[in-house]
Design a binder for this molecule. Structure first.
Ligand code: FES
Length: 189
């Protein structure tokens, strides 16, 4: 009787051990995918040479990166767009130049922001939100209707970097996505 009980226990232990070995790769795969999705940070990219940017005129650039959607990996595609504005001219040393970058995602409901050079405004075609050239909301009275944007355009971190091989200054942007519909900028989880 005791020997039979011991055999049963050994068989059960072996079965559990085998099941754990079979399940382990799947568990690791799921955990790795979740970790990658959770740990998504900013995408850092050089978008333009400083010398190629017109002063005071916004220029739009795509952000190219790998995109992971659950288990699928989409290599090197546009994951977003940014508006870049060079503020200072050549009288300012390159290293001290001011360049601003904004995501082109509208903070109202996420449509793509465009630039109206005749009005010198950024505008969103979906619900006619508008921002001035420094990315601030245009007042309702100036716009002639309610500006539905809950906040200014979302400015991105950017800096000038010197390419040591070509000796040219580049604008490097740190691209992130933000929540829509909030009065304060909040990075998407
Ligand atoms: S999504 Fe841009 S104004 Fe509504």
């Amino acid at each position: 009787m005791q020997r039979r009980t011991a055999l049963k226990w050994i068989v059960r232990t072996l079965a559990s051990f085998c099941a754990a070995i079979v399940a382990l790769p799947g568990v690791c795969f799921v955990a790795a995918a979740l970790r990658k999705n959770k740990g998504r940070g900013a995408t850092i990219q050089r978008v333009a040479k400083l010398g190629d940017l017109p002063v005071g005129q916004p220029v739009e650039f795509p952000i190219i990166a790998e995109r992971r959607d659950a288990w699928a990996l989409y290599p090197q595609e546009a994951i977003g767009r940014v508006w870049v504005v060079r503020r200072s001219d050549d009288s300012v040393e390159a290293a001290a130049s001011q360049v601003d970058a904004y995501t082109s995602v509208c903070p109202h409901l996420g449509c793509a922001i465009s630039h109206d050079s005749s009005a010198e405004q950024f505008t969103c075609p979906c619900h006619q939100a508008a921002w001035n050239v420094t990315g601030e909301r245009v007042a309702d009275a100036e716009l002639g209707h309610k500006n539905v944007s809950p906040r200014s355009m979302d400015m991105l971190q950017s800096k000038l970097v010197l390419d040591s091989q070509t000796d040219e200054w580049w604008v490097e942007v740190s691209y992130e996505k933000f929540e829509y519909g909030l009065t304060q900028k909040k990075t998407k989880a």
